[in-house]
Design a protein around this ligand. Structure first.
Ligand code: R5P
Length: 299
């Protein structure tokens, strides 16, 4: 069995836990943006079960990432004749486009799932997929097995080492209440809630409405799945500061982090705890354990 992907900390831990060798992928990008992800050592892949494990780069391009993943799966299936292919896609690109919000838009999350299946993935493992309008990650796939593991478990493991005063968990918007509840449950924190948020679908402008909660002198964990522009998290941080929180910790799974996002967050947060679902050196939590468990179950 092989883990196919970059020989980074994530894949080293994964291959150690599941007892597999790493077949390293070199992620070449040409000056014009075209890509050529090359599996450096191909011997032993013929007929071998493989776990393709690649992560998007923080501030990187989801389209480049997706092309790397699709080309590598197809290469494994068609040229290298691998056995079973399990694709580990810790941050699932386009998951937020799980609905046609305005006429004429594509249903991107489903198209991504179909492209993965067509390329040859037998199973797909992802972490805290942005599921708000669809019930289950499997709903967007037709053939491949789909497993969605928790990214908040690793975040809770880090947070348990912090001394928190009268903690409360808040989601920056109504949809995020599931994340706030999940983190609160994992931490054994009784109180959680959510602000309200409106995003202008044309301009992307975000308006956050605070809800009534007594946060004075308390430590607040702001839980979200994704931080991209940082607008949602920044508004929530400013809100809890205004409401008198003692400390504000930004706890989110996927550090997509568009340029400038982390600086705006660090100006307001006492600490940032994110997971390693995306290649970002600032991540303090890991989802490798949960991904490895899912791999073991699929094999
Ligand atoms: C939205 O539904 C998500 O859960 C995140 O809150 C959102 O994607 C964050 O985006 P941004 O950082 O651009 O505000």
């Amino acid at each position: 069995m092989h883990v196919v992907g970059p020989a980074d900390d994530f894949n080293r831990s994964l291959s150690e836990i599941i007892g597999a060798k790493i077949a390293e992928v070199e992620r070449r990008v040409f000056p014009d943006g075209e890509i050529c992800p090359r599996i450096v050592e191909t011997s032993g892949l013929n007929g071998s079960n493989v776990i393709l494990s690649m992560r998007m780069k923080s501030g990187g391009n989801p389209n480049t990432y997706l092309s790397e993943v699709l080309f590598t799966i197809r290469n494994l299936r068609e040229e290298l004749k691998a056995g079973k292919i399990i694709a580990v896609i810790p941050y699932f690109p386009y998951a937020r486009q799980d609905e046609i919000f305005r006429p004429g838009e594509p249903l991107s999350s489903r198209y991504v799932a179909e492209m993965l299946e067509e390329a040859g993935a037998d199973a797909v493992i992802s972490v805290t997929v942005h599921l708000h309008r669809i019930k289950s990650f499997s709903d967007i796939f037709s053939r491949a097995k789909a497993v969605n593991v928790s990214g908040f478990s690793g975040i809770a493991r880090v947070l348990k080492n912090r001394e928190l005063k009268d903690p409360v968990v808040i989601a920056p918007d109504g949809e995020g209440i599931a994340w706030a509840k999940e983190l609160a449950d994992l931490m054994g924190i009784k109180e959680y809630g959510a602000f309200k948020k409106e995003r202008d679908l044309n301009t992307g402008e975000i308006r956050t409405q605070l809800v009534e909660m007594d946060l004075r002198g308390r430590d607040v964990l702001i839980a979200d799945d994704i931080v991209s522009t940082g607008g949602t998290m920044v508004n929530a941080l400013a809100g809890v500061r205004k409401m008198g929180a003692r400390r504000a910790i930004a706890a989110f799974v996927h550090p997509v982090l568009a340029p400038g996002a982390i600086d705006r967050i660090l100006a307001l947060a006492d600490e940032v705890i994110s997971s390693d679902t995306i290649e970002w050196p600032g991540s303090k939590a890991t989802a490798v354990r949960e991904v490895a468990d899912a791999v073991k179950e699929l094999l």
